[in-house]
Design a binder for this molecule. Structure first.
Ligand code: IMP
Length: 428
């Protein structure tokens, strides 16, 4: 399967890193196609845990070329710090390829992200405050600055002067803040950042196509997830890019015909960070237990994630939006202690039963989950390696999810360790 997309199907933090690690050995390229350092991927390789924000997980494997595609927004200072910290741990990052078309996050984007959130008050989005939204906004407004601009002093100075002319006015007049000096910023980026970024800047579109033409395996690694998608998520409580599978085509420069396999990752329950609707959210001790057992705190931001039962209505929609060919369920073991487990199979919206996501978002806010309650297994799953090792109630739970969602489950995570998973025997 030369071209595989791995995409989150809920609100992020589904544990994409584990599956990525499992299939990495078959891959030649791992490409990030959207988002920036708002992501937090934890990958355990050879017993060592790595928390990556911006670098594709492929960087951890000697045989893989890690690629940052054109759709990603790059804070070059963060990128260099991440490279330095990995290299200090003996990871060689020299194979990294960064698209010259990727847009750059500057300090004024981060400052604006913070100020906009503060200004929104109780209506804030709960962003990661990493400057992601303001950077994508500048890209769409055509005042963004790209990675390749770091390599052209004249262009970088001109663009910074033009964009800061406007941003400084906004900072001063709207937010009563000091602005940024464009020449000082250009000097700093040209002397400290550009020379170190230059060796990585590549024509990543050609790199991906050459790999695909040679029949080599390419993994497109989504960050965030389906319901944080700018177009299809719970707007405005979304990120500013397109994590859905289609985003891989745009953010890496490949046509849809090239994609062979699309794996959706879903937790056996759901979590969400930041604001926005979440029909199955739990505010009781069951929710606390999910957070506790699942260590549901942001990898980078440390925020407590909001917990809830598995939502099959949302998953059905994720199957459609991403054309999922299969599903990987992570963290099934977190449910080990519950006498019963619930799955939301429909929403009751003002007395009407909906099995598909309502088109109007006000309806989603009013949605009351209709649950099916299944027997729990109350058994430690940490040793399970094959479907047959799973207790009958856990198998029933998985079969129920497959039936509800309509795609096969080919991978089940049963613990944090690298080898703690059950893979369907006939899975590719
Ligand atoms: P932004 O991406 O920083 O603009 O944040 C927008 C929304 O996406 C907020 O609700 C964040 O909590 C959420 N978000 C961004 N990145 C992640 C992630 O990697 N995991 C989970 N939620 C995320």
């Amino acid at each position: 399967m030369p071209a595989t997309i791995v995409v989150g199907t809920q609100w992020g933090d589904e544990g994409k890193g584990k599956l990525t690690d499992l299939i990495a050995k078959e891959m030649s390229l791992v490409v990030r196609y959207q988002g920036g350092h708002n992501a937090g991927h934890t990958i355990v390789v050879d017993g060592e845990s790595f928390a990556l924000q911006l670098l594709p997980s492929g960087v951890l494997y000697d045989h893989i070329v890690p690629v940052i595609g054109n759709g990603v927004v790059v804070d070059p200072v963060v990128l260099l710090a991440e490279i330095d910290s990995l290299e200090a741990r003996g990871i060689d990052c020299s194979r990294l390829a960064v698209s010259g078309n990727a847009h750059l996050i500057f300090p004024y984007h981060q400052e604006l992200d913070r100020l906009i959130e503060r200004h929104l008050g109780k209506n804030k989005l709960g962003t990661t405050k990493r400057g992601i939204g303001p950077t994508y906004a500048d890209k769409a407004s055509r005042v963004g600055i790209r990675v390749q601009d770091l390599l052209d002093e004249k262009i970088l100075r001109e663009k910074l002067r033009a964009v800061l002319g406007e941003k400084n006015l906004i900072l001063a007049k709207v937010y009563n803040r000091l602005g940024f000096d464009p020449d000082e910023m250009a000097d700093r980026y040209l002397s400290e950042v550009a020379p170190r970024i230059a060796p990585y800047v590549s024509d990543t579109v050609s790199l991906v196509h050459e790999a695909l033409e040679a029949g080599r395996n390419v993994l497109f690694e989504g960050a965030q997830a389906t319901f944080l998608d700018l177009d299809h998520g719970t707007y405005p409580f979304v990120t500013s890019s397109n994590p859905i599978a289609g985003g891989a085509c745009v953010g890496a420069g490949v046509g849809p015909r090239h994609i062979d396999r699309i794996v959706g990752i879903a937790k056996a329950y759901v979590t969400r960070v930041g604001s926005g609707p979440m029909p199955t959210e739990l505010f009781d001790e069951v929710g606390d237990l999910l957070v506790d057992r699942g260590h549901e705190y942001g990898v980078n931001t440390k925020r407590r994630r909001r917990p809830g039962w598995f939502d099959a209505v949302m998953l059905r929609h994720a199957v459609r939006l991403n054309s999922l060919s299969e599903l990987a369920i992570t963290k099934l073991d977190i449910l080990d202690v519950f006498p019963t487990v619930k799955v939301c199979v429909a929403y009751d919206i003002n007395g009407t039963r909906h099995t598909h996501l309502p088109y109007h978002q006000s309806d989603l806010h009013a949605a009351v989950p209709v649950y099916e309650e299944l027997p729990g297994w109350e058994t430690d799953l940490s040793g399970a390696r094959e479907r047959g090792d799973l207790p009958a109630a856990a198998r029933t739970y998985l079969e129920f999810l497959e039936e509800q969602v309509g795609v096969p489950i080919t991978f089940v995570g049963t613990g944090p360790g690298r080898d703690q998973y059950v893979r369907r025997a006939d899975a590719a």
